[in-house]
Structures are given as structure tokens and as C-alpha cells.
Design a protein around this ligand. Structure first.
Ligand SMILES: Nc1ncnc2c1ncn2[C@@H]1O[C@H](COP(=O)(O)OP(=O)(O)OP(=O)(O)O)[C@@H](O)[C@H]1O
Ligand SMILES: [Mg+2]
Length: 223
């Protein structure tokens, strides 16, 4: 299995940006890559030019059309809230079993990047969170965290949950937040005191995902 699950300590931390960077870097090395954003919420928001599915298709150089969006993001909801609530508001629910089957169906010789949703403990239905999704897939995780004030506790809490559930953490990306009390590298250094041998990379603010530093060393053992 060459699946890597991209999750984060919270929402809007940089999962899509990092996934796009990884797609670009894998494609630059002529490596086959696919990407899924199985659950998409907030489709009614008008401030985004592209939603996550469209951004991933763009990076994959796949035509942005309704068919291709539904192929990588079958669960789509209008409200910008947790998947469980967004689905309930539309009178439906996300079948955890179908979600797992959908992710496993795409497992083949290409690298498969699965972008989760929100943070790790977001409810997907009445009983499952993103963490349960990760546990069930048994895929290594790339954890994206910020450098904002408060990130240390959020990051170490997320790492604690992953460790308690014996999840393999391939790497941590400290993605530079818009405001930060100390340089992101210093935040990374502090996290590394608690994360033992998990590789950590700092992603500075850059203009576009293609300008990101090399993130492949974080996942290379799992490809
Ligand atoms: N390193 C970076 N440099 C510049 N902009 C960034 C960087 N990381 C993220 N961004 C921008 O920050 C915003 C949030 O990032 P992104 O959409 O990747 O977060 P996310 O975790 O995928 O959010 P969501 O929980 O909504 O899926 C986006 O507008 C993205 O372009
Ligand atoms: Mg995203």
C-alpha cells in the first residue's frame, strides 16, 4: 500500500497546500500519484476561487469538471461545518463503511494521497471521527501543524492521540502561520523534543505550492 493520509491539528492549517506540493514534487520525479479529498464541506462559501477538490485536480493536471470533482470528492456538502453536521443539515449522513471502501478502492501502484478534513478529531458521523478513519485505513499519516500561538499544545495533543492508537506518523510539517510568536523553525525544534524520531520539516510562506521546499523525504519510506 502506498497511501499517505494528510491530516492536521485543526482546520485551515495547510493540508491542501501540502498535498498540492507533494503532487507537484512526485510528478516532477515522474512518479504516479493520485489524490482524494473524499469529504468536502463549505461548498456554499463564495470567498474561495477553487475548492479543495478543484485545487487537487489542478495540481494533477486533470480537467476540473463536475464528474472529476465527484470522482475524488463523492461526499460534498454546502455548509462550512463538521462533516457530521453538514450532512445532517442536508438530511443525509456519511456511511463510514462506504468511506473506507471508497478509499481502499483507489489503492494501486500509484502513490495515493488522501486529504482528511478539518482536524483529527472532527466527527464524520454519530460515532466516528477522522482519527477512526485513519485507524481503519492503517495508512501512515503526514501531520500538518501551524506555527501560531497555541500550536505546541495542539500539536502534542494530536501526536499523543496518534501514538495512543499506534498510528505511524511519517512526518510532521510545521507550516508557517500568518502570525507566529517565534520563528517556525524554533517551534519545530520544540516539537522535535517530544516527537522523538519523527522527521519534521518547516514549510515557510511561499507564493504557491510549487515553491515549497522538498517534502518528499518525509514520506519516501512509505512510497
Ligand atoms: N506555506 C504556505 N504559504 C502560503 N500560503 C499558504 C501556505 N499554507 C497554506 N496556505 C494558504 O492558507 C490557506 C489554508 O490552507 P489550506 O487550504 O491548505 O488548509 P487546509 O488544512 O487544507 O484547510 P481545510 O481544513 O479547509 O481543508 C489557503 O489559502 C492556502 O493557500
Ligand atoms: Mg483543505
Amino acid at each position: 500500500m502506498k497511501t499517505v493520509f494528510i491530516t492536521a491539528s485543526g482546520t485551515e492549517i495547510g493540508k491542501t497546500f501540502v498535498t498540492q506540493a507533494l503532487i507537484h514534487q512526485l510528478r516532477s520525479q515522474n512518479q504516479g500519484v493520485r489524490a482524494l479529498k473524499p469529504i468536502l464541506t463549505g461548498l456554499d462559501k463564495t470567498d474561495d476561487i477553487y475548492n479543495d477538490a478543484e485545487l487537487l485536480l489542478k495540481s494533477l493536471s486533470v480537467n476540473i469538471c463536475p464528474e472529476n470533482i465527484s470522482r475524488i470528492s463523492p461526499w460534498r456538502f454546502k455548509q462550512p461545518c463538521s462533516p457530521d453536521l453538514a450532512a445532517t443539515l442536508e438530511g443525509t449522513s456519511i456511511s463510514f463503511k462506504e468511506l473506507l471502501a471508497f478509499c481502499k478502492k483507489h489503492d494501486n501502484s500509484d502513490t495515493l494521497l488522501i486529504e482528511g478534513i478539518g482536524g483529527m478529531m472532527v466527527p464524520l458521523d454519530k460515532t466516528h471521527t477522522v482519527l477512526d478513519w485513519i485507524i481503519a485505513l492503517r495508512a501512515p499519516v503526514l501531520l500538518i501543524v501551524g506555527s501560531y500561538l497555541g500550536t505546541l499544545s495542539h500539536t502534542l495533543t494530536a501526536l499523543g492521540m496518534l501514538k495512543a492508537n499506534l498510528i505511524t506518523v511519517a512526518g510532521i510539517v510545521v507550516n508557517e502561520s500568518l502570525t507566529q510568536p517565534i520563528p517556525a523553525q524554533e517551534t519545530a525544534n520544540i516539537i522535535s523534543r517530544f516527537s522523538h524520531n519523527i522527521p519534521i520539516t518547516v514549510l515557510p510562506r511561499v507564493n504557491k505550492p510549487e515553491d515549497a521546499p522538498d517534502l518528499l523525504p518525509l514520506i519516501k519510506h512509505y512510497l
